[in-house]
Design a protein around this ligand. Structure first.
Ligand code: SMG
Ligand code: MG
Length: 368
């Protein structure tokens, strides 16, 4: 396809409640919505970089800059392209995977819409709905936490993930198990907040039959994760560390991870995400789809990815309402604990013009 331009919108969506992780509290989601305009259909992409470089080196202002200055001009200069060519074309720019992922997503969506194919069937989805999990932030008190967990369980969420950090780990997990029992999947996510010297504390989590502990140590601590994995019964799941299929293959080979959180943004796009799924599956490693507080655009696309056969654990793909009062697409909804895999052309959802306008804080066009 030949792309004539990209519309980049900066958007701000208020969260229904503050979301606290080991690296800070968010009260609104800042994102970039990208529209690829072509000689065929238009395509939509979303950049999942956070406002600040606290989860990974990328942040929204930087993503905007690299998109407008480097990535989109290179793509527009390339002429006729396919989605498969986006990553190789942008290879000369180092890093910036979340920014690159948004470009590939918009191009892929346009391509699939033009051929009336859904992202789900293009990727190789084998199910029509995916089990839904919810990520629960660090709360001011244990009471606040159990109240939130109780309400998500009554919504029907099949799995609960608790954010943890030093000082907020064994106590919240124990309180949730005590109050709600063992009949649902429970896991924790530290977002790199620990070091190997915390192994004894983390070992205490073994008592609560957790599905996994996500990214306890630093992004680059692959060997130390392997050491920790030998000490714990709870499976280690890497998130931040897995930035590519190569990183996934290495972490698996080094036994640093027995489960992988796949996030398309973190790894540079849905095609790389599928590669990680394939590598993990070939190695008997379970994967699940992570979340970055996506709008309906990313949420719909993540549901398509999570429908691949290696995604054997519930993902962080919750309903739009978990974070947003009003989404920019038709809301993604929870039905009996599942999210329906969109089967329309491309990502299967389109932003509602008035809603998108309402949350847009600035718009920039990059043209050929
Ligand atoms: O989209 O449901 C979601 C958020 C899931 O906890 C979530 N994401 O490390 O996995 C993770 C975090 C990254 C974003 S925290 C602001
Ligand atoms: Mg995580």
């Amino acid at each position: 396809m030949k792309f004539t331009g990209f519309e980049m919108r900066r958007i701000t969506l208020p969260l229904v409640s503050p979301f606290t992780t080991s690296f800070g509290t968010q009260t609104e989601r800042h994102a970039i919505v990208l529209r690829a305009v072509s000689d065929g259909a238009d395509g939509w992409g979303e950049c999942v970089a956070l406002a600040d470089p606290v989860y990974s080196p990328e942040y929204i202002e930087g993503a905007h800059h690299v998109l407008s200055t480097y990535l989109l001009p290179r793509l527009l200069a390339a002429g006729d392209i396919t989605a498969q060519q986006v990553t190789p074309l942008l290879h000369g720019v180092v890093g910036h995977r979340m920014a690159k992922a948004s470009v590939e997503m918009a191009v892929l969506d346009a391509e699939l819409r033009a051929t009336d194919t859904s992202l789900a069937s293009y990727l190789g989805a084998t199910v029509d709905r995916v089990p839904s999990g919810v990520s629960v932030g660090i709360m001011p008190t244990i009471d606040d936490l159990t109240h939130a967990v109780g309400s998500y369980l009554s919504d029907g969420y099949q799995r609960i993930k608790l954010k943890i950090k030093p000082g907020w780990d064994v106590e919240p997990v124990s309180a949730v198990r005590e109050q709600f029992g063992y009949s649902f999947g429970l896991q924790v996510d530290a977002n790199t907040a620990y070091t190997l010297s915390d192994a004894r504390q983390l070992k205490k989590l073994d008592a609560f039959d957790l599905l996994l502990i996500e990214q306890p140590l630093g992004e680059e601590d692959i060997r130390q994760h392997a050491e920790l994995a030998r000490m714990l019964d709870t499976p280690i799941c890497l998130d931040e560390s897995i930035v590519s299929a190569e990183a996934a293959a290495d972490a698996i080979a080094l036994k640093a991870t027995t489960v992988i959180n796949v996030k398309p943004g973190r790894v540079g796009g849905y095609l790389e995400a599928r590669r990680i799924h394939d590598i993990a599956r070939a190695n008997g490693i379970a994967v699940w789809c992570g979340g970055m507080l996506e709008t309906g655009i990313g949420r719909a696309a993540n549901a398509a990815l999570a429908a691949l056969p290696g995604f054997t654990l519930p993902g962080d793909i919750s309903a739009s309402a978990r974070f947003y009062e009003t989404d920019i697409t038709e809301p993604i909804v929870l039905e009996d604990g599942f999210i329906t895999v969109p089967r329309g052309p491309g990502i299967g959802v389109t932003p509602i013009a008035a809603e998108l306008d309402r949350v847009t804080t600035s718009t920039q066009w990059i043209t050929a």
